[in-house]
Design a protein around this ligand. Sequence first.
Ligand SMILES: [Zn+2]
Length: 80
Amino acid sequence: MLQAKFCPDCQTEMQSGVIPDLAHGVTATTKWLPGTPPFDTTFWGNLKDRDGRLHHSTSLPVITWRCPDCGLLRSYAHES
Ligand SMILES: [Zn+2]
């Protein structure tokens, strides 16, 4: 169960949602991956960090909240 979030500027209750990842012809939830900047891509277009790759096994789904008054977006990547 998600807890209500309130806009830090307007104090209005924010709406939950996602920013979809539209790569490869599917609509997936954007994921948070731990990594060390700077980020670059491999020859095949995969994202990698300074150590050479991102750690997909520890990815977390990203939930983004939107303020209906000012449009502010805030994203959270929780463990559960
Ligand atoms: Zn707002």
